[in-house]
Design a protein around this ligand. Structure first.
Ligand SMILES: *Cc1c(COP(=O)(O)O)cnc(C)c1O
Length: 387
């Protein structure tokens, strides 16, 4: 086993070597511009892009013509929301969204769009009755993420889509974490964002699914230029990146079932070992509707920053974010109703395709050891546990 161990696969993933091999020819050999119509360099590049478009579409049950390539899920989210909502409209989203949605919504608010942020229940799931009640005559778009990047909570996105559709409202989902991990289908959706680097593809490439029929979704482009991607996203296509995203989707389609079973079992082993080895540890978010590779846990009396320093040969994330000088508890954990203490003692474990059982055993052992050591130094813990 090699150290350090990477267990932060919600932040990004290693490029699958098969993806890298698929991309390789498109740097120095097949380097044409996919928009060049007059020679074979351009045709070959275009052919590769169109193959990738079919591969991406197949993963989400879409038609290839409905795929718009972007630089990643951040751009896809921006294009979906800003491309639809105008002054005077209402957009409905959730408090647990990624910043790529929340900050875009803030921008929309500054331009006169009304944004409703739906709270989630303690398990992280939306109360669909609250969604129904929030829809008004002014609502143009509901945007709810498929799976959460911190707690792995998987929303019932098909049901959310059908509620919005009943009222003639468009539905977008940020599927950056779910695509390639669990099945997702665009059947009740109008817009869907994915990201290459969250699914063993390269960074800097993503896609937005844009429905073409029933209804045909019209997006206002966010960049002016050569009118690439049916006018929705100008800019020379990132051919190697797009080829990599396509290959990543094709691999996920073939291997997702088996892989998610394996990861859920490793994840459960990690959880069970941590809970057997330590008292007062808590799982954040529901285990019922969760990504197979996600574990988010709080270790009472332990600051996650200290814990992460103690396990410095393991890459994980904490439920706090450094904003300027202060350590802010995660907005997602707060939205679940967890107190600051619980958020400040939380760690996110993100397992992935390359995680081994040996690594899981090592991580469990190290975390138990360091938590015990930190608790021995904690006056609060001693106070509560001295007999
Ligand atoms: C990583 C992530 C994003 C941002 O994706 P990029 O491709 O890095 O721009 C957006 N939403 C979610 C849920 C994510 O996990």
């Amino acid at each position: 086993m090699k150290l350090p161990i990477y267990m932060d696969n919600h932040a990004t993933t290693r490029v699958d070597p098969r993806v890298f091999e698929a991309m390789r020819p498109y740097f120095c050999d097949v380097y044409g511009n996919a928009a060049s119509r007059n020679h074979s360099f351009g045709w070959q590049a275009e052919e590769a892009v169109e193959k990738a478009r079919r591969q991406v579409a197949a993963l989400i049950g879409a038609n290839a013509k409905e795929i718009v390539f972007t630089s990643g899920a951040t751009e896809s989210n921006n294009l979906a929301l800003k491309g639809i909502a105008k002054k005077g409209d209402q957009v409905i989203t959730a408090t647990t969204e990624h910043k790529a949605i929340l900050d875009t919504c803030k921008h929309l608010e500054s331009e006169g769009v009304a944004v409703t942020y739906l709270p989630v229940e303690r398990d992280g799931l939306l109360d669909l009755e609250k969604l129904r009640n929030a829809i008004t005559d002014r609502t143009v778009l509901v945007s709810v993420m498929a799976a959460n990047n911190e707690t792995g909570t998987v929303q019932n996105i098909a049901e959310i889509g059908s509620i919005a559709k009943e009222r003639g409202v468009l539905v977008h989902t940020d599927a950056a974490q779910q695509a390639g991990k669990l099945p997702i289908d665009v059947v009740n959706l109008d817009l869907l964002s994915i990201s290459g680097h969250k699914m063993y593809g390269p960074k800097g490439v993503g896609a937005l699914y844009v429905r073409r029929r029933d209804p045909r979704v019209q997006l206002a482009p966010q960049m002016d230029g050569g009118g690439h991607e049916r006018g929705m996203r100008s800019g020379t296509l990132n051919v190697p990146g797009i080829v990599g995203l396509g290959e990543a989707c094709a691999i996920a389609m073939r291997e997702m079932r088996e892989e998610s079973r394996r990861l859920a079992s490793l994840r459960d082993k990690l959880k069970d070992r941590l809970m057997a080895g330590l008292d007062e540890v808590y799982v954040n978010g529901t285990m019922e509707s969760r990504l197979p590779n996600n574990l988010n846990m709080s270790f009472a009396y332990v600051e996650s920053e200290s814990l992460m320093m103690g396990i410095n040969d393991i890459a994980v994330s904490s439920g706090s974010a450094c904003t300027s000088a202060t350590l802010e508890p995660s907005h997602v954990l707060k939205a679940l109703g967890l107190g600051d203490d619980r958020a400040h003692s939380s760690i996110r474990f993100g397992l992935g395709r390359f995680t081994t059982e040996e690594e899981v055993d090592y991580v469990a052992g190290r975390v138990i050891q360091v938590v015990q050591k930190l608790r021995e130094l904690s006056p609060l813990y001693e106070m509560h546990h001295s007999s």
